[in-house]
Design a protein. Structure first.
Length: 252
């Protein structure tokens, strides 16, 4: 019994040692299991990330495929347009030859003619400006001539009045008759003014005196000068200039 009991104790100690060894192995196995679970969780997260990335890649691939289809369609359209463009280029290259064959040489000189016409137009405009300047100068000269004619007409009218007074003084009989028939008989003869122009003997203003109401035109001035010269020379104021006698200088 003692031997069996000692052997049982030995077996029990061996079993206890084996149990402790198994517990250590179990702890190591538990640690390995935890490590494996951690690795599995990490790999699951990586797999999920890969799945998300794959889904994104699939969506991007679909968009790339759509863009590729659109590019193929655009390339097909561009090729057809390129064919049309080549046809247009061919027509463009042939048009100058056809134009040179159809258009006469005079039409090709249109640019040169246009430049020449522009130069002529510029010269005409310069000539027009010069003519306008000359017209302005002539108008100023006409004003000066009109002023000189007014002054000449006034001087001729004064000379005509003086001549009429002298002729009236040289004919005493006619002067006496005019005094007897005049309603102002017996009144003294009006004296000459300071400028040497006397009033008419019949008391009426002379028709040859310079008008002060309104300026005369050039034609009116010429007519007045002619009539004054005719009266000075003793002729008719309305007769032709060819029949007028030679002008005699009048001295005061």
């Amino acid at each position: 019994m003692d031997r069996r009991l000692g052997r049982a104790h030995r077996d029990l100690d061996a079993a206890h040692d084996r149990n402790q060894e198994l517990e250590r192995e179990l702890d190591l196995a538990g640690l390995e299991i935890y490590i494996l679970r951690t690795q599995i969780s990490k790999q699951e997260r990586e797999i999920n990330d890969l799945r998300n990335y794959l889904a994104t890649s699939d969506h991007s691939l679909n968009r790339v495929r759509d863009a590729l289809r659109a590019s193929e369609n655009a390339l097909t359209a561009a090729r057809s347009d390129n064919a049309d463009l080549n046809a247009l280029r061919s027509e463009r290259d042939t048009l100058p030859t056809e134009r040179n064959a159809v258009v006469p040489s005079s039409a090709r000189l249109e640019g040169h003619d246009h430049d020449r016409i522009s130069d002529d137009l510029t010269r005409v405009q310069e000539m027009y400006a010069d003519e306008q300047e000359e017209i302005t100068k002539l108008r100023d000269s006409k004003k000066d001539v009109d002023a000189d004619l007014d002054q000449t007409a006034a001087l001729l009218a004064a000379a005509a009045d003086k001549l009429r007074v002298r002729r009236a003084g040289k004919v005493p009989g006619k002067r006496a008759r005019s005094r007897s028939t005049s309603p102002d008989a017996g009144q003294p003869v009006p004296k000459k003014s300071a400028r040497g122009i006397s009033a008419p003997p019949d008391g009426r203003s002379s028709s040859l005196a310079p008008a002060s109401s309104a300026p005369l035109s050039s034609k009116g001035r010429d007519l007045r000068v002619r009539r004054t010269l005719a009266l000075i020379l003793g002729g008719s104021p309305d007769r032709d200039d060819r029949n007028q006698p030679e002008i005699i200088e009048i001295q005061d």
